[in-house]
Design a protein around this ligand. Structure first.
Ligand SMILES: Cc1cc2nc3c(=O)[nH]c(=O)nc-3n(C[C@H](O)[C@H](O)[C@H](O)COP(=O)(O)O)c2cc1C
Length: 200
């Protein structure tokens, strides 16, 4: 499959790291991440913006071939386990939703999503792919983590491999065009200038 076909069709040119990012399932089962690549992914996440610079994101990295990778894989939904076993790393992205004093961090989940976006863009730069997965046993993954963090998503990180044969329905999804809502659908048709009562 020509992976260029998965590059986003955009109204105006975008940076190739953004337009070319997508979520593959055909991953090279023999590929290993280097220590430098793992550091680069976490470093990219580290420099994401966050509310009050609270940096609530936490990551647990499980490299393929380790007991940690097997444990995270076992907690994935079956439809994800079917292909994510080949991921060079399964990375649990979690958020510290409360600070050390127990006060809620209202933007912790939002901030962690931004950190994952940073990580995913850096992965593309490294020639890697990231496929995020919300389909996992939350209690199973939470049991692997410290009590004070909430698991949000598991990232399958690896190198895409054209020669990997996926079972259906994954093979069809791999070659299907990427779809998005039309650009207009993102834009709210509201009058932002209308007068509203001043906040008390
Ligand atoms: C929070 C989140 C959860 C997701 N969960 C899954 C999942 O469990 N399994 C899966 O195959 N893809 C999952 N995805 C991938 C999305 O389906 C994918 O990003 C979307 O279809 C857009 O495709 P693209 O990333 O190739 O542009 C998830 C993505 C996000 C951001």
């Amino acid at each position: 499959m020509n992976t260029d076909a998965k590059t986003a069709s955009t109204a105006v040119p975008l940076h190739p790291l953004l337009a070319g990012r997508w979520s593959p399932r055909a991953l090279d089962p023999g590929h290993h991440l280097t220590d430098t690549q793992v550091t680069a992914l976490l470093e990219a996440a580290r420099w994401a913006p966050s509310a009050s610079n609270s940096q609530p994101w936490r990551f647990a990295v499980a490299l393929r071939g380790t007991a940690s990778h097997a444990a995270v894989l076992a907690a994935l939904a079956g439809g994800n386990r079917a292909w994510a076993h080949a991921a060079s790393a399964l990375v649990v992205a979690a958020a510290e939703t409360h600070d050390a004093d127990g006060a809620e961090r209202p933007w912790a989940v939002y901030d962690t999503g931004q950190a994952v976006a940073h990580l995913s863009t850096q992965a593309r730069w490294e020639g890697l792919s990231v496929h995020q997965m919300g389909g996992f046993d939350v209690r199973g993954i939470a049991a692997l983590l410290p009590d004070d963090v909430t698991p949000l998503v598991v990232l399958a990180v690896g190198r895409r491999d054209d020669t990997v044969e996926l079972a259906e329905p994954f093979a069809s999804r791999e070659s299907a065009p990427r779809e998005r809502l039309p650009l207009e659908a993102l834009q709210l048709t509201v009058d932002l200038s209308r007068a509203v009562p001043a906040a008390a």
